[in-house]
Write a protein that binds this ligand. Structure first.
Ligand SMILES: Nc1ncnc2c1ncn2[C@@H]1O[C@H](COP(=O)(O)OP(=O)(O)O)[C@@H](O)[C@H]1O
Ligand SMILES: [Mg+2]
Length: 273
């Protein structure tokens, strides 16, 4: 299915709204009464310690898991995300952590993997043109769309995976730890790419452990702890506040350490953020 640009929601409009979403795995409550809202043209960071429920929440939105209770609204209508294809069809795309790219195939082949026949029925030349156009719009630094994935850097692979998820014109894109394996320059490249995606009017949900990345790119930071909401922060929240919400402690060694380090950098005239 090809959607055109007229289907892009207006910036600031609520695309996704979760109310009281819970998920149990047998006796384990992975999520309890989760509230989440994502607007068009907004990056929402989902942060929390291991086991906080981030992946479970992403999988519910990707149609992989079904919620045990709660309500999910998409563009104002209640929806059942009962399969991954249903989520995609509505316009919720996911870039999972493993990226699922084929090492031996080139960038064009990876972008169109699974889409070669329908819906576009494109020939090689048209696919190459469309690949270039998209990557150029995203200001992506890919040397050649005929390079095999195996020869690309981690940042370039992440770029290809994100570009691929955009081909179906989603309204929301979810990224699980997009910068976890990347160095400084490649991280900056991926964060720039996320900003391009936001400029296109999409809602972005990003899971990350890196508070600097989160604050650099997020419009709102949603903290989960032990499967529950534990605060929503603006990107200018202090590390102390964020770590306290993540760990449930008001005072702890990790946040003291981060604050001390940013203090040191500020003393040196550096930018603590
Ligand atoms: N398929 C599953 N079966 C049983 N328990 C699960 C399953 N997936 C996640 N959990 C549990 O749900 C909780 C949240 O996990 P998860 O969503 O992976 O957290 P996070 O991604 O924030 O680290 C954990 O207690 C985890 O053990
Ligand atoms: Mg996880």
């Amino acid at each position: 299915m090809v959607r055109n640009d007229s289907g892009v929601p207006e910036k600031g409009m609520t695309i996704l709204k979760l109310s009281n979403v819970s998920k149990n795995f047998g006796a384990v409550s992975a999520l309890t009464d989760i509230e989440l809202e994502v607007k068009a043209g907004e990056v929402v960071a989902l942060v929390g310690d291991n086991g906080a429920g981030k992946s479970t929440l992403i999988k519910i939105l990707a149609g992989v898991h079904q919620p045990s209770a709660g309500r999910i609204e998409f563009c104002g209508k209640e929806v059942a995300l009962d399969s991954p294809s249903r989520a995609l069809e509505l316009g919720i795309a996911t870039v999972f952590q493993d990226l699922a790219l084929c090492e031996n195939l080139d960038v064009v082949a990876n972008l169109f993997l699974g889409h070669e026949m329908s819906p576009w029925n494109l020939d090689e030349v048209s696919m190459e043109v469309r690949a270039w156009t998209l990557l150029r719009e995203l200001a992506a630094r890919i040397p050649s769309v005929r390079e095999p994935i195996a020869s690309l850097s981690g940042g370039q692979r992440q770029t290809v995976a994100i570009a691929r998820s955009l081909l179906l014109d989603p309204k929301i894109i979810m990224l699980d730890e997009p910068t976890a394996a990347l160095g400084v320059a490649q991280t900056a490249e991926v964060l720039n790419l996320i900003e391009r995606v936001r400029e296109r009017g999409l809602g972005v949900i990003i899971i990350s452990h890196n508070m600097e990345d989160v604050r650099a790119v997020a419009d709102r930071i949603v903290v989960l702890r032990l499967g529950r909401n534990n605060g929503v922060f603006s990107p200018d929240a202090s590390n102390h506040e964020l770590v306290a919400a993540i760990t449930g402690a008001t005072e702890n060694a990790v946040s003291r350490r981060i604050d001390r380090k940013s203090g040191e950098r500020a003393d040196l005239g550096g930018n603590p953020a």
